[in-house]
Design a protein around this ligand. Structure first.
Ligand code: UD1
Length: 421
């Protein structure tokens, strides 16, 4: 198993390129199930989750080629409609095949994804919405068995809670349903917006894209024809993580291939903490702060502050002058990084869903354990400013979502090595 060895205390400088967004790539890959012809997807990040989704599609009968961040996927010949446990257990987002498989074939079986480190993460809202569209769903032997022999019917869905993959699943299901569907309280994340735009560009009429109310005209099980290549949007969470790397080391670094309009909440929070920015159409430069101030952070759905950036900002808050208050509103157990940061000398007090983070912490290198994708990146950030050497173990979590993290950090001048246990 690989681990990262990081020597703390270096300033960073220079520029790196941000990859395509994992969370946009996954629903787009799942959406190929809705297409009758080959779909070309460009700017796919080379991360394990993307390869897991490709493997899942292949296991269902799709064929694909992958070269230089571009995949050509042909899901026309899918005949198998069972998403098996062995693949689904590796990645919760495999649940994104449920909506498109059921909409196209009128039946499917998808392994239940199970819990994960950051919380229970139920999928009840996905299932309830599909039932509203006429599906019969039973849970048997760890599988969701869904049937809709006459195809799904358009329906009005009101999500009790905003759910990203839930919205994506239902948008894909509605695309091939019979008649009109309305999704109220839909997620507005840029990744959801891209999925809707792609479907809309390829013949599925969707109104309200980017709002919390989507109206989708289904085709009645007629497959969609892909017209041109799809380019995955830049990864706002990867970009946010590197902005935090610049911030925590108080360095000037530039990120290329970014869409800063997707990063407003992150940039505003960093400005509040004392950092300056130069923004251009597709690049961001973060400038050092004369004094790093503590912050109050509450995670929420887009366009609010993303839960996927909470851990990284906690690492940054350790270096601020003054305390920070970080409230996690989305996932009940998304503070796994706290105990590891404490092992590095952090002073953090947890009370329910709120962490009080003392600033000006003197961090020391240690052996620490990655527990989930974003928690792991917080440990890497803390290691960049810790005294001495930190070894971050179990970095397979990082490989699920960050392309060449150690290479990009090395490019910025950090002392990072990937080694074998
Ligand atoms: C997606 C992202 C993940 C991000 C999260 C929140 C992908 C592949 N993953 O995850 O990186 O952290 O959005 O921005 O895009 N909920 C229910 N019932 C459901 C569905 C969700 O109670 O059926 C709850 C969840 O437990 C959570 C909240 O709703 O408390 C939001 O979760 P959701 O938006 O569904 O997260 P994911 O789509 O799994």
């Amino acid at each position: 198993m690989d681990y990262l060895e990081i020597e703390g205390g270096n300033k960073l400088s220079g520029e790196i390129t941000i990859d395509g967004a994992k969370n946009a790539a996954l629903p787009l890959l799942a959406a190929t199930i809705l297409f009758e012809n080959e779909v070309t997807i460009e700017n796919l990040p080379r991360v394990n989750d993307v390869f897991t989704m490709l493997r899942l599609l292949e296991n269902l009968g799709a064929s694909y080629s992958y070269e230089e961040n571009t995949a050509k996927i042909n899901s026309h010949y899918i005949t198998n409609t069972r998403a098996i446990y062995d693949i689904v257990r590796k990645m919760r987002a495999s649940i994104l095949t449920l909506g498109p498989l059921l909409a196209r074939f009128g039946q499917c079986e998808v392994s239940l994804p199970g819990g994960c480190a950051i919380g229970q993460r139920p999928i009840d809202l996905h299932l309830k919405a599909l039932e509203m569209m006429g599906a019969e769903i039973i849970i048997e032997q760890g599988y969701i068995r869904a049937t809709a022999p006459e195809g799904l019917k358009g329906a009005t869905i009101v999500f009790d809670k905003i759910t990203v993959t839930g919205t994506e699943n239902i948008v894909m299901a509605a695309a091939l349903a019979h008649g009109e569907s309305k999704i109220i309280n839909a997620a507005k994340e840029p990744e959801v917006v891209q999925l809707c735009q792609v479907l809309n560009d390829n013949g599925i009429k969707i109104e309200g894209i980017g709002s919390d109310e989507l109206i989708i005209q289904g085709t009645g099980q007629k497959l969609i024809t892909a017209k041109k290549p799809i380019k995955v949007i830049p990864d706002r969470i990867e970009a946010g993580t590197y902005l935090c790397a610049g911030a925590i080391t108080n360095s000037e670094i530039t990120l290329k291939s970014v869409n800063h309009t997707h990063l407003f909440a992150i940039i505003l929070k960093l400005q509040e903490m004392g950092f300056d920015f130069d923004l251009s159409e597709d690049s961001i430069t973060i400038k050092p702060a004369s004094k790093v101030k503590g912050a109050k952070i509450t995670t929420s759905e887009y366009p609010g502050f993303p839960t996927d950036m909470q851990a990284q900002f906690m690492a940054l808050a350790l270096r601020a002058q003054g305390a920070s208050l970080i409230e996690e509103k989305l996932f009940e157990n998304r503070f796994m990084h706290v105990s590891e940061l404490i092992r590095m000398g952090a002073n953090i007090i947890l009370s329910n869903y709120t962490a009080t983070v003392e600033g000006k912490s003197n961090l020391n290198g240690a052996d620490v354990m990655a527990t989930d994708l974003r928690a792991s990146s917080a440990l890497v950030l803390a290691a960049l400013v810790a005294n001495g050497t930190t070894r971050v173990h179990r970095i397979y979590h990082l490989d699920r979502g960050y392309v060449g993290l150690e290479k990009k950090l090395q490019q910025l001048g950090a002392k990072v090595k990937r080694l074998k246990e």
